[in-house]
Design a protein around this ligand. Structure first.
Ligand code: GDP
Length: 445
C-alpha cells in the first residue's frame, strides 16, 4: 500500500548505517543521498526533498549526532522529527464556528473523492453529536446530486439539493440557500460539496471562489487523491491561489500511491492535512496525525530493532554463505513472511465483506481470522537476522531470548513459531514430492 516502497527503502538505508559506530561526514552524505533518492522515487516534490535533506544533513553532521551514544539511532530520530515537520508538525482539528452553523466547503479535482469524503465527514460529525447538513453544489456532473443523495442516505445525514425552478444550475445560489436552510432548521454544520473538473481550470476556480465568498466558510478543505503523484504540488498550488483552503484531506491512502503527495502538499502550501481517507466505505477515514504517519513511513519499530541488532558481533555475510549451503530446503521463513503479508490482505477483505448485506455466514468465518496473530508472527520473524530466517536451526537459546525481547513476545512464542514453521516446511516438501500432506490436527486425509 501507500508508503510501502518508501518504508522499505528507508529501512534499507538505515540498515547500511547500523554497523557504524562513529559516523563520518561521508557516512552522513551517503545516507542523505539514499534518503533523497528514496523520497524522489516516492514522488515527493523536489523542493520538499531538497529542503528536507539539507536539514537532515545539517543536523546529522552536528553535535547531537557526534556526541550520541548510538549515532545511527540518532540519525533515524532526526529523520523522524523532520518527517513529522514536513507533514505539518502538530495535529490540527476541525475548527467550529462560535455561532452555528459551521460551514465546511470541499474543493478539489473531479474524482478526488470529495463526495465520498462528504459522507464520511457527515458520519464523523454525527458520531460527535453534531447535526450536519450536506449541500449538493456540484451541478456540473450530471449524476453528482444523485450521488450525494445516496451518500447522505448511507450516512443517515440530511441533504439540501437544488429544487427544480429554485436556482437549478447555479451552485453559488444553492450553496447560499443551503447555509440559510441550515440556519433555519438548526443544523449545526454545513458540508458543501462543490464541482471538480478533471484538470485545473479557470472557470472551476472562479466558481469555487464565488461559493467561498458567498458562504464565508469556517473551513475550506482541499481534497486530494494520494495517487496523483508529481502533479500534487501544482494542483495544490492552483487551488491555494484560486480558492485558498484552510486544510487538506488526503484520499485513497489505501491505494498503491507512492506517498509523495502526502509528503509534499502540507509543506508546499503551509496548510495542514486534517483527514486521511483510506477506503470507499463510510468509516474509512481518520484524523491525520503527522507523528503517526511519520512512524508509519519509517517503520520505526523495525528500524530501531535493526539498529539494536548491530550490536551483535557476528559477521552476517560470512554466516550467510554457510547458511545458504546449509539450506537444503527452499522454503524459508522469509517466504513464510511473504505469505503472511498476503494473508494480511484478508484483513481488508473482512472489512469489505462486513459492509455487504447478506454476508453473515461468511463474516463469521472471517471473524475467526485474527490479524493480530499475523502481526505477532511477523514481529518475531522481523526480529530475526536474514541468516536465521533462512535457517531457523541456527537459533540458540540466547538468540531466541533476544528475538523474544526484540519483538515483545515470549520465548515460548518464538519456539512455537519455529516449530510451526518446521511443520509447514515438511509439509511443503511432501507436497513438492507429489504426496498428500498430513496436516496435524486434521486426521488422516
Ligand atoms: P469526487 O468527484 O471528488 O466527488 O470523487 P468521488 O467521491 O466520486 O470519488 C471518486 C472515486 O474514488 C469513487 O469511485 C470513490 O468510491 C473512490 N474513492 C473516494 N475516496 C476513496 C478512498 O479513500 N479510497 C479508495 N480506494 N477509493 C476512494
Amino acid at each position: 500500500a501507500t508508503f510501502g516502497t518508501l518504508s522499505d527503502r528507508l529501512t534499507e538505508t538505515f540498515r547500511n548505517l547500523r554497523t557504524k559506530g562513529k559516523l563520518s561526514p561521508a557516512d552522513v552524505d551517503g545516507t542523505v543521498r539514499e534518503i533523497r533518492r528514496a523520497l524522489l522515487d516516492a514522488d515527493v516534490a523536489l523542493v520538499v526533498v531538497k529542503d528536507f535533506t539539507s536539514r537532515v544533513r545539517e543536523r546529522a553532521l552536528g553535535d547531537e549526532v557526534s556526541k550520541a551514544l548510538n549515532p545511527a539511532q540518532q540519525v533515524v530520530q532526526i529523520v523522524n522529527e523532520e518527517l513529522v515537520a514536513i507533514l505539518g508538525g502538530q495535529q490540527r482539528r476541525l475548527e467550529f464556528a462560535k455561532t452555528p452553523p459551521t460551514v465546511i466547503m470541499l474543493a478539489g479535482l473531479q474524482g478526488s473523492g470529495k463526495t465520498t469524503f462528504a459522507g464520511k465527514l457527515a458520519r464523523m460529525l454525527e458520531k460527535d453529536g453534531h447535526t450536519p447538513l450536506l449541500v449538493a453544489a456540484d451541478l456540473q456532473r450530471p449524476n453528482a446530486v444523485n450521488q450525494l443523495q445516496v451518500v447522505a442516505e448511507r450516512a443517515g445525514a440530511a441533504i439540501f439539493a437544488p429544487q427544480p425552478g429554485n436556482g437549478v444550475g447555479d451552485p453559488v445560489r444553492v450553496s447560499k440557500d443551503g447555509v440559510e436552510y441550515a440556519r433555519q432548521k438548526q443544523y449545526d454544520t454545513v458540508i458543501i460539496d462543490t464541482a471538480g473538473r478533471l484538470g485545473v481550470d479557470a472557470e472551476l476556480m472562479k466558481q469555487a471562489a464565488d461559493i467561498r465568498k458567498a458562504t464565508n466558510p469556517d473551513e475550506v478543505l482541499f481534497v486530494i487523491d494520494a495517487m496523483i503523484g508529481q502533479d500534487a504540488v501544482s494542483t495544490a498550488k492552483a487551488f491555494q491561489d484560486g480558492v485558498d483552503f484552510t486544510g487538506v484531506v488526503l484520499s485513497k491512502l489505501d491505494g498503491d500511491a507512492r506517498g509523495g503527495a502526502a509528503l509534499s502538499v502540507a509543506s508546499v502550501t503551509g496548510r495542514p492535512i486534517i483527514f486521511a481517507s483510506n477506503g470507499e466505505g463510510l468509516d474509512d477515514v481518520e484524523a491525520f496525525h503527522p507523528d503517526r504517519m511519520a512512524s508509519r513511513i519509517l517503520d520505526l519499530g523495525d528500524i530501531l530493532t535493526l539498529i539494536e541488532q548491530a550490536q551483535q558481533t557476528f559477521d552476517e555475510a560470512e554466516a550467510m554463505k554457510v547458511a545458504e549451503k546449509l539450506a537444503s530446503e527452499t522454503f524459508t521463513l522469509e517466504d513464510f513472511l511473504e505469505q503472511m503479508q498476503q494473508m494480511k490482505k484478508m484483513g481488508s477483505m473482512k472489512k469489505m465483506l462486513g459492509m455487504l448485506p447478506g454476508m453473515g455466514g461468511m463474516k463469521d468465518q472471517l471473524d475467526n481470522f485474527d490479524e493480530r496473530e499475523i502481526d505477532r508472527t511477523e514481529a518475531i520473524i522481523r526480529s530475526m537476522t536474514v541468516v536465521e530466517r533462512r535457517n531457523p536451526k541456527v537459533l540458540n537459546g540466547s538468540r531466541r531470548l533476544r528475538i523474544a525481547r526484540g519483538s515483545g513476545m515470549t520465548v515460548t512464542d518464538v519456539n512455537q513459531l519455529v516449530q510451526r514453521f518446521d511443520q509447514a516446511a515438511k509439509m511443503m516438501k511432501t507436497v513438492a514430492k507429489g504426496g498428500m500432506p498430513n496436516i496435524p490436527g486434521m486426521g488422516p486425509v
